[in-house]
Design a protein around this ligand. Structure first.
Ligand code: IMP
Length: 429
């Protein structure tokens, strides 16, 4: 049976929530494989709106949901998000939600450090979500993290806590921050362990058994490929690998498990936080895209930067994530524009590029080369078949397919789940 991996193919906020929700109804298991509660996935189910940051979207429909080892877990946030969803009537229990034993924990001093660094960075700040994501991944790679499985062995954690706190004390001293209250940390961990431990399982085993039984696994990516720590616009990226390949390493399944890779792509471009954005429109056009597209961050409420569709970046994402097909979202936001621009290359100094070079200075200097295409005056909102779309909108989609070298698998035309034009069922492959 086919699996599906959903990833963002731009800078996040492409509208993954709706697509994942639609697919999760037909999946047997939904797995998160990277990131943490920096993500913001909005699901509209009937009259209800669910906002998820850490939990896999499948949980809303009661599908077995797993948090893979590639995720960094803030246990207190986990408890709050579970409580919030339960308050909305969602059934959550250790039978339908599992956490990998090897997830590193995000602790209060990770959040402190994230904020302290951002505040001290002036113009160089990354514009993180300040949720401690980067510092927690640093400790994982530095081999000093406290992991979820350690919550069952708190009496045996002295040496590990020594190493971890020694590292952070030095950093905090540099910021004139007070030392970590170790007794308080142990008390907090002891208290939260009782809540977390019932959910903790060898997730790699659950998933391998599901795979062996021919069940459908949906891998739910967070953020987007251009925020990938290796392939994104470094250093203005998140601290995890967001590409589709991480579905395997971030859950404990082999690389052949990813199945159909569905790249979610907005019909224009947005970005939250700092960093290069060649096709950004800091003018009436950007303003209009932001207003029509309700472009405010789910997690931080920040206004998103908006610009024209950048075919160069999406083509690059399609390549590095091995995207099989794309889901094009928010096409209706472009309704009524007389003319649309698509970025098809960059000029940097006197050189032209058909990809984004790696160096931050080059990225900052990249001037977009645009191709114009006529817009359409009719609405595409709520379209459910090609016949419902204006001819010019179809032309825009076809041109995008050509430029990015990847077919459109579905088009989403409103937040409503049924307002979707399905070209090919990713699970049917
Ligand atoms: P961090 O992941 O909190 O460290 O933030 C690093 C960068 O990734 C910042 O530019 C954030 O705005 C961006 N970012 C993190 N999570 C998301 C997301 O879910 N959507 C869009 N941008 C995100």
């Amino acid at each position: 049976m086919a699996n599906v991996t959903v990833i963002g193919a731009q800078w996040g906020d492409e509208g993954k929530g709706k697509i994942v929700d639609w697919l999760s109804e037909r999946a047997d298991v939904v797995a998160r494989f990277q990131g943490g509660h920096n993500a913001g996935h909005t699901l509209v189910v009937g009259e209800k709106v669910y906002k998820l940051s850490l939990l896999p979207s499948g949980i809303v429909r009661g599908t077995l949901s797993v948090i893979g080892n590639g995720v960094v877990l803030d246990p207190w946030h986990f408890r709050d998000e579970v409580a919030k969803l339960k308050g909305q009537g969602v059934d959550i229990n250790p039978a339908n939600l599992q956490i990998a034993e090897t997830c590193p924990l995000i602790l209060p001093f990770h959040r402190d450090l994230d904020g302290l660094r951002e505040d001290a960075s002036g113009a160089g700040k990354i514009g993180t979500t300040r949720r401690g994501i980067g510092p927690a991944y640093e400790d994982k790679v530095g081999r000093r993290a406290i992991r979820v499985c350690d919550l069952a062995h708190l009496d045996d954690l002295d040496l590990q806590i020594d190493r971890l706190t020694a590292h952070h004390e030095a950093l905090r001293a540099g910021f004139n921050e007070k030392p970590i209250d170790r007794a308080q940390l142990m008390a907090d961990l002891t208290e939260i362990a009782a809540f977390i431990l019932p959910f903790v399982k060898p997730v790699w085993l659950t998933l391998n058994k599901a795979k062996a039984a021919g069940q459908r696994i949906l891998f739910e990516g967070a953020q987007g490929t251009l925020l990938d720590i290796d392939h994104g616009t470094y250093p203005f990226v998140t601290s995890s690998n967001t590409v589709a390949g991480t579905a395997a390493s971030g859950t404990g399944l082999g690389p052949n498990a990813a199945g159909f890779v569905l790249g979610i792509v907005k019909a224009y471009t947005t970005r939250v936080g700092s960093g290069p954005f060649p096709s950004e429109q800091e003018n009436d056009i950007g303003q209009r895209l932001g207003e029509r597209g309700h472009e405010f961050g789910t997690v931080t409420g920040r206004k998103r930067r908006c610009g024209w569709f950048d075919a160069v970046l999406v083509r690059q994402s399609v390549a590095v994530s091995g995207v099989t097909g794309i889901a094009l979202t928010k096409l209706d936001v472009l309704d009524g524009f007389e003319e649309l621009q698509i970025c098809v290359g960059y000029k940097i100094g006197d050189q032209t590029f058909d990809y984004l070079p790696a160096h931050a200075q080059d990225q900052a200097k990249a001037e977009p080369i645009y191709e114009s295409i006529d817009g359409w005056s009719d609405t595409t909102a709520g379209a459910r078949s090609w016949a419902d779309l204006p001819a010019q909108a179809i032309k825009y989609i076809r041109r995008i397919e050509e430029l990015i070298g990847c077919p459109v698998t579905l088009v989403s035309t409103s937040p409503e789940r049924d307002d979707t034009i399905l070209v090919r069922d990713p699970f049917a492959d």
